[in-house]
Write a protein that binds this ligand. Structure first.
Ligand code: SAM
Length: 415
């Protein structure tokens, strides 16, 4: 009976809490759908990479799934070098927790029966091509780089309540504003449609974005610490040799992230800082020894994002050295004027958690904002910012060189 209750909460919220409260399953599509009233997130769009692989029968080949070839290669590995040994030690610490979380998932047969049907819901099994961008699609990143970038404008279609209309219908008024290096705001309590060069975008209610290169990130620093951000989510474009990543977005050497003005962006009462990182030991060391100290962040807890397929199996072997089926979210605090306040929150922040989900598009992270809200210092609701964002959220400022990427209308279905 309890399990059934948890399932009905999941069907409504997209969040399934296992009996062990450290483990949570998230269905990003259900979570995101709660943010919209006139649109739904298209499951085929969200899970396109994943289901496309399954449809083509590419399991154990490209895509998310790493194959026998790689396993054979890994078996041939000679002794691990010093960094690899450290990475392996880190993995051995996380492994028991990840295995326990995975066991909980396998026992949740009610939940798995829902995830298995995701494939059918998306129309994937019909064998048609799920989702594709037009071939002439020029990315927002490319538009932002050209000399014309300061001239580009986006048109927001803002609702205008028509008093004269008997049925109380609404019409729209265009607001045209610069697209790049400008704070673009949807202050209304409804989603707003926007247009840029024949592409349509959906801006969630009460959300805003600032699309620029890292060099202009200082423009986000608030004039007063009291209007700073109390939740700062960061997903840097870490360098990675993968050709797939290279074709998706540009990456940056580690030293560039030292320039992020985290302390100056923080609220005067402190900020919860959440940083996504892959499993490369080089990045973990850099964060511990240089990045968090430079930002003034004290690392408190690590959440693991465990990636599974719709049938509940892991996307790759847990012990596969170079392609673990999980990534880390490091959580820490930037102290504000009242250290005691933040110290109290630190004690309540779970020390380790596992968030399980089916991955979406390349490097797209599951929506975990609401899981963090209760640990945010200062006044409620906290002011939230996502750095290197590719999508928008109600109540958040999204910054990066393509924060509108997943807001494009093709990722949505009009209800
Ligand atoms: N969190 C995102 C998601 O869930 O979809 C993924 C972010 S991805 C790891 C990193 C982002 O940083 C990419 O959108 C990339 O284009 C952007 N980026 C790379 N170089 C940048 C720069 N110099 N200035 C601003 N953004 C940059």
């Amino acid at each position: 009976c309890l399990a059934r209750d948890e399932l009905s909460v999941f069907l409504e919220s997209g969040i399934y809490r296992f009996v062990d409260s450290r483990f949570i399953f998230v269905d990003p599509v259900r979570v995101l759908n709660r943010l919209y009233s006139r649109f739904r997130v298209s499951p085929a769009g969200y899970y396109s990479r994943f289901f496309e692989c399954e449809r083509k029968g590419l399991e154990n080949k490209d895509c998310l799934l790493y194959g026998k070839k790689r396993k054979r290669k890994e078996k041939k590995l000679r002794c691990l070098n010093e960094k690899e040994c450290a990475a392996d030690r880190r993995h051995q610490v996380a492994k028991p927790l990840l295995l326990k979380a995975y066991e909980s998932l396998l026992q949740a047969t009610d939940l798995l029966s829902v995830t298995r049907s995701l494939n059918r819901e998306s129309g994937c099994s019909e064998g048609r091509k799920l989702f594709d961008l037009p071939s002439d699609h020029q990315s927002l990143i490319e538009h932002g780089r050209v000399w014309q970038a300061p001239l580009y404008e986006i048109t927001l279609k803002l609702p205008e309540h028509d008093q004269s209309s008997e049925v109380g219908g609404s019409s729209f008024k265009d607001r045209v504003v610069p697209l790049f290096n400008n704070l673009v705001v949807n202050e209304t309590s409804d989603e707003v449609e926007a247009e840029f060069l024949d592409h349509q975008y959906i801006l969630p209610r009460e959300s805003c974005f600032y699309m620029s290169d890292l060099r202009l990130v200082h423009n986000l620093i608030p004039a007063e610490a009291s209007s700073g951000f109390s939740l700062i989510l960061i997903d840097p474009p870490w360098e990675n040799g993968s050709a797939q990543q290279k074709s998706k977005y540009p990456t940056l050497p580690n030293r560039h992230f030292l320039a992020l003005p985290i302390k100056k962006l923080s609220h005067g009462k402190g900020a919860l800082v959440a940083l996504w990182v892959t499993n490369r030991e080089k990045f973990h060391r850099f964060i511990d020894l240089e990045l968090f100290p430079a930002w003034g962040v004290i690392h408190i807890s690590t959440y693991y994002w465990l990636k599974v397929k719709a049938d509940g199996s892991l996307i790759s072997d847990l012990d596969l050295f170079h392609h673990r089926p999980y990534e880390c979210l490091l959580l820490g605090y930037c102290y504000g004027e009242d250290v005691k306040d933040v110290k109290l929150l630190e004690q309540t922040l779970p020390k380790d958690r596992v968030i399980i989900s089916i991955p979406g598009d390349y490097s797209r992270k599951p929506p975990i904002a609401e899981l963090l809200q209760e640990y945010v210092p200062g006044p409620k609701p906290g002011r939230c910012i996502e750095l290197f964002a590719r999508e928008m959220n109600p109540g958040w400022l999204s910054w990066g060189n393509e924060p509108l990427h997943f807001q494009e209308s093709q990722y949505f279905i009009r209800t």
